[in-house]
Ligand binder design. Structure first.
Ligand code: HEM
Length: 523
């Protein structure tokens, strides 16, 4: 009886303080996503729990406008000017609790919250990810051509046997093999196109990390209970194999480092030199552990997200023979003699670029949302809403990309929109493409993933309004597509009935966990 009385009294006190808080908040002027959001996070947590967070935001913004309240101190923003540009500037810190759940390592570039600390780390790591570096990297060239050759052999086999191929998995294998070679040198690259066991380990570990993130969004007691019964914990065997591999390649890279010629330098070599130059007195094992953690993160990022874009591009092309024909026609021009390298020429193929850009828009592999904390000084969003310091503001990539104003019929995959638009429309559409984030914490892998974006479709750096990625050579995604579509055509396996929609989660592969295609050699 006493417990009921005390419980009821606590509930009443909680409601009164919540209402009081609501009445004092300038967030009251913002449309509510649900009647309960000024008082409680429960409604939003239930969306996260049910994996409906980003899809719901698409509809919420269509119905309620560019700024929507989604929690007592949380707001979703879906406009570029006075929205994304403001929130994703260097004045807004990442929301620590979210990023720490995303990755349990805190001393890692992606999870760092302090701006100074982040700036230092970025300065150390970003050179080999810069546009010009990627443009001239012999290491990346040789790794890519090795993986393209392997892929060519596999595709020839798939076409001759007519088997149904899970291109989602194969694409992840390709991107893992490229990324591991780029990180640790060709001698340490994985060969998962031939032996996919190791790729499976990495996929298992990535799913466990995602589960942990989704548990974190729920109440702490659920997280505690789930951890207690082992749900969300990584597969120990996969983890052991992964750690053993990482230790081996890092040790090998360390051993080779002093004698490696700069033309063969891998990312590891750059990271090592940068850490040493920035902290000459740092003990070796401490530097090694920083480098290992960054390499681990960079490998996971490349593997799943780049693999997702590559496989969905192939899936969309398989559903649209007209675009496949247009692409092939364009790719056949590469056979003509030219003084330019293949990589430069791939960068100048508008159909290929439109096809990839449209997939980055409709199938963004990391939909977010990416939460930031409003600084103490507060901010103004959409020109009319004053947001107090401490509020968590975030944007969803899918909500921005499925906005029907810049993108009519936004759910349709229509590469032609990038080729037919006039100059102003194109500039407006570009502004809304947010696949790699923007501002101070924009993805450092964007040049790597898209080596060779054709200049009319460059993604604007919304922080400075400068156009980045002006003219690069080829691309990891594009070069692998050239390998396939110059000689083969693909179609969706007619027996495949899996759900091809994306999981609404931080890493958004297909719900079916596979995309099955067939290959045919063209005459
Ligand atoms: C298609 C592929 C990729 C997509 C869609 C993607 C997307 C993103 C997004 C949206 C962010 C911003 C996150 C935020 O604001 O919280 C980000 C950050 C980041 N990405 Fe990527 N990424 C991709 C590939 C890569 C690759 C290949 C690498 C590394 C090789 C990478 C490394 C990073 C790092 C280190 C950050 C943190 C940057 C910082 O905080 O300064 N990403 N990525």
């Amino acid at each position: 009886m006493l417990a009921v009385v005390v419980g009821s009294a606590l509930l009443v006190i909680y409601l009164i303080t919540s209402i009081h808080r609501k009445n004092n908040s300038s967030l009251n002027d913002i449309p509510n996503a649900h009647f309960s959001v000024p008082y409680s996070r429960l409604w939003y947590q239930s969306l996260q729990w049910r994996k409906m967070e980003n899809r719901t935001r698409v509809h919420l913004h269509r119905r309620l406008g560019p700024v929507v309240r989604i929690g007592p101190r949380a707001v979703s923003v879906n406009c570029i000017d006075d929205g994304v540009r403001t929130v994703y500037s260097s004045k807004f810190d990442k929301d620590a609790s979210f990023y720490q759940a995303l990755c349990d390592q805190i001393d890692l570039m992606v999870t760092m919250t302090g701006n100074d600390e982040h700036r230092n780390r970025k300065r150390m790591l970003s050179r080999p990810y810069s546009n010009s570096y990627i443009l001239n990297s012999q290491t990346l060239d040789s790794v890519l051509s090795r993986v393209s050759r392997r892929l060519g052999e596999e595709v020839a086999e798939w076409a001759s046997t007519g088997i149904s191929v899970d291109v989602y998995q194969q694409a992840k294998c390709c991107t893992l093999d490229v990324a591991s070679g780029w990180l640790f040198g060709s001698e340490n690259a994985t060969d998962t196109l031939r032996d996919p066991g190791f790729e499976n380990d990495l996929t298992k570990l990535a799913s466990a990390a995602l589960k942990r993130l989704s548990l974190h969004s729920a109440h702490w007691s659920i997280t505690y209970f789930a951890n207690w019964i082992g749900n969300g914990l990584p597969d120990q065997n996969a983890k052991g194999r992964w750690e053993a591999w990482l230790t081996r390649v890092i040790t090998d890279s360390y051993r080779r480092h002093p004698t490696k010629p700069p033309s063969n330098a891998s990312l590891y070599d750059h990271f090592y030199d940068s850490f040493k130059a920035a902290n000459p007195d740092m003990p070796l094992n401490e530097a090694a552990s920083h480098i290992a953690v960054e390499c681990d993160d960079h490998l996971s990022a490349s593997h799943t997200s780049v693999g997702t874009v590559l496989s969905y591009t192939m899936y969309e092309l398989s559903r649209d023979p007209d675009w496949q024909r247009a692409l092939r026609k364009e790719l056949l021009t590469l056979a003509q003699p030219s003084d330019q390298s293949l990589a430069h020429r791939v960068a100048n193929l508008p159909v290929l670029d439109a096809v990839v850009t449209e997939t980055l828009r409709t199938r963004a592999p990391s939909p977010g949302p990416f939460p930031r904390v409003v600084p103490d000084s507060g901010c103004r969003l959409a020109g009319k809403f004053d947001i107090p310091g401490g509020t968590v503001v975030s944007s969803s990539v899918w909500a921005l990309h499925f906005n029907p104003v810049p993108f009519p019929s936004p759910e349709e995959w229509r590469p032609g929109r990038w080729l037919e638009a006039d100059r102003d429309t194109l500039a407006e559409m570009r502004k809304w493409v947010w696949t790699f984030g923007s501002g101070a914490r924009v993805c450092i892998g964007n040049h790597y993933s898209l080596r060779g974006r054709f200049h009319p479709f460059t993604i604007p750096d919304v922080r400075s309004s400068k156009k980045v990625l002006t003219r690069q050579m080829s691309t990891v995604i594009k070069e692998l597509l050239v390998t396939v579509y110059t000689t083969y055509e693909t179609s969706v396996d007619e027996g495949f009935t899996g759900n091809v929609e994306q999981v609404d989660a931080f890493s958004a592969g297909p719900l079916a966990d596979c995309l099955k295609l067939k290959f045919r050699r063209l005459p």
